[in-house]
Design a protein around this ligand. Structure first.
Ligand code: OXD
Ligand code: MN
Length: 591
């Protein structure tokens, strides 16, 4: 519905109207602003955010449409310890999630939300997760008192009237209430009520905690809905590999947060791969369901990228560098005197002086980082020169390969293919990775992060593995499953594999395996490339001997690795599917 006054409702959907009214009664905002997603609205809200000092307008000659935001220094990452899955029973949430009884959590949240928006505006943001018209697409409505959230949501999701059109008169939408309160870590809770399709997030203004379509709906509630409805919500990028003859192969890949999903999804092949092209479908989340032809089809529910900024440059990710030149919200990077942004690892000169992410004067002599290690860009996917034309296709794309990858300094070879779906599920389920700055606490420690979903699975992790195993009955043409590790280090602490664009070589072997074009050698872990099948041509300073080293399977390290897997086996205990227990035994006997 089109209108000029944002303070009158722009929908006739009764369920939305009465829920908003209920929330308004609780939060008591001064005004209710009904977003319609238009460009005029974007302009008005951006101007308002600048006026209120929430956004700083960047140098528009250099960065047209770009703005800068500094968060509260206590609010820079996801907070897993404050994230709750409030299923009716604790068992449904499982041992890897924080749980509280729904009635208790609603009581606690209602007390915090009561009057929380006095003196503030409540924004009502209708949004779609997924392309218009897709059977996988879901509608959400987020209520928030943060203009930064509204402006970020319009980058990350398809917001506005399009969502009400999809919803029609139905009451089937995800309700999400967000209030910053006083941005106090002691009053910070990210709560999910899967049985009510409801989210309440308070006390934060950080993307992963407050852009409720992303981690909360697309992964936590999404995984719960997917299990009940026969589809999969995964922490995976989606990319397409196009050969010089126009053959396209689609791949989904799960890596934990801040392990290079955005870089991999936007990869530019090295010069040697003339005529090859990588297309980005998504960089963080995949929703997948079996299609009528029995293949597994994936969509990216998002419409933008919320990427880690430090380290982004024309070597690591040239497409991202282009993507974030326009219409981008930068959070917690450094600000230069000429209204440009800077971060550690940016192309070009280090500025002689700038303001760091906290607003303090910074010079190259400063001990602290200028940009926070988890500083972020929010940029529309439409800016990506490698955006796949299929990114808006409601049918999604058929997935031929699934890749699991962690950040591991030792043990894990560069690449291997699992023997079959069940073995692949075992490899995903036992994945370990060094923790990063994307979540508060523990950076650097290796933890088990099954399918990179540890922080995002909205129900019992053992049941989630069962769901993966069960899906093989509905997917008639099963994707092949691979393990990769870009992060192995030598004795001197140097990365053994150059990574970035060179990862194309791994991808090309994977594509050839999916298409039955390349052979492989059987090892205790799975199938690995034969030396002659792995393309090293055109690589400077990387020999066949180095390839053997990065592929080495060290049985002592693997004995330890299997011990470390006990962490997840013990935690899930009797919920661990038998198939995965057997897979572990088989691996032990093969080794
Ligand atoms: C993200 C994350 O922001 O995984 O995508 O933390
Ligand atoms: Mn992520």
């Amino acid at each position: 519905m089109h209108k000029t006054d944002p303070f009158t409702p722009n929908t006739k959907n009764q369920a939305v109207l009465s829920w908003v009214q209920e929330q308004a009664k609780l939060c008591q905002p001064d005004k209710i602003y009904w977003c319609n997603g238009s460009d005029a609205e974007k302009e008005a809200l951006t101007a308002q955010a600048v006026k209120e000092g929430i956004l700083i307008k960047l140098n528009q000659d250099k960065l047209p449409g770009c703005y800068y935001h500094r968060s509260n220094p206590n609010d820079v990452a996801r907070v897993e310890q404050c994230t709750f899955i409030c299923t009716p029973s604790k068992a449904e949430a499982g041992p890897t999630n924080n749980w509280m009884a729904p009635a208790d959590m609603y009581k606690k949240m209602n007390a915090l939300l009561a009057g929380s928006m006095k003196g503030r505006t409540m924004y009502v943001v209708p949004y779609l997760m997924g392309p218009k018209g897709s059977p996988l697409t879901k509608v959400g409505v987020e209520i928030t008192d943060s203009i930064y959230v509204v402006l970020s949501m319009r980058v990350m999701a398809r917001i506005g009237d399009v969502a009400y059109e999809h919803l029609g008169e139905s009451d089937d939408f995800t309700r999400g209430t967000h209030s910053m309160l006083d941005v106090n870590p002691d009053r910070r809770f990210i709560c999910h009520f899967p049985q009510d399709n409801n989210i309440i997030s308070v006390g934060s203004n950080y993307g992963g905690n407050v852009l409720l379509g992303k981690k909360c709906l697309a992964l936590r509630l999404g995984s719960y809905l997917g299990r009940n409805q026969g589809w999969m919500a995964e922490h995976m990028l989606i990319l397409g590999v196009e050969s010089p003859t126009g053959e396209k192969t689609y791949v989904a890949a799960a890596f934990p947060s801040a392990c290079g999903k955005t870089n991999f999804a936007m990869l530019i092949p090295p010069a040697h791969y003339k005529g090859w092209k990588i297309w980005t479908l998504g960089d963080d989340i995949a929703w997948m369901r079996p299609g009528p032809d029995g293949r597994l089809y994936a969509i990216n529910p998002e419409a933008g990228y919320f990427g880690v900024v430090p380290g982004t440059n024309s070597k690591s990710n040239p497409n991202a560098v282009t993507t974030i030149q326009r219409d981008t919200i930068y959070t917690n990077v450094a600000l230069t005197p000429d209204g440009d942004v800077w971060w550690e690892g940016k192309d070009g000169e280090v500025p002689k002086e700038c303001l760091d992410w906290k607003g303090n004067k910074w010079t190259p002599e400063s001990k602290e980082k200028a940009a926070h290690p988890n500083s972020r860009f929010a940029a529309p996917m439409a800016n990506n020169p490698a955006l796949a034309p299929e990114a808006n296709d409601p049918n999604g794309v058929p997935i031929s390969a699934i890749i699991f990858g962690g950040r591991r300094a030792t043990t894990l070879p560069l690449v291997y293919q699992t023997f079959n779906w069940i073995h692949g599920v075992y490899v995903g389920a036992t994945m370990g990775s060094e923790m990063t700055a994307a979540a508060v606490g523990g950076a650097g420690q290796v933890r088990r992060d099954p399918m990179a979903m540890l922080p995002f699975c909205g129900y019992d992790m053992g049941e989630y593995f069962h769901h993966w195993l069960n899906m093989r009955r509905d997917i008639k043409v099963l994707p092949k499953i691979f393990s990769v590790n870009w992060f192995r280090k030598d004795k001197n602490g140097n990365f053994m594999w150059p990574g970035f664009g060179e990862n194309m070589r791994v991808l090309s072997w994977i594509v050839d395996r999916c298409r039955g074009r390349k052979g492989a050698l059987e090892t205790p872990l799975g199938w690995v490339p034969k030396a002659e099948d792995f393309d090293l041509e055109g690589m400077k300073d990387f020999s066949a001997a180095q390839f053997n080293e990065v592929q080495e399977i060290n049985s002592e390290e693997w004995k330890q690795e299997i011990q470390l897997q006990s962490e997840i086996f013990l935690k899930l205990n009797d919920k661990m599917p038998k198939e995965l227990i057997f897979q572990r035994e088989l691996l032990v006997s093969r080794l």
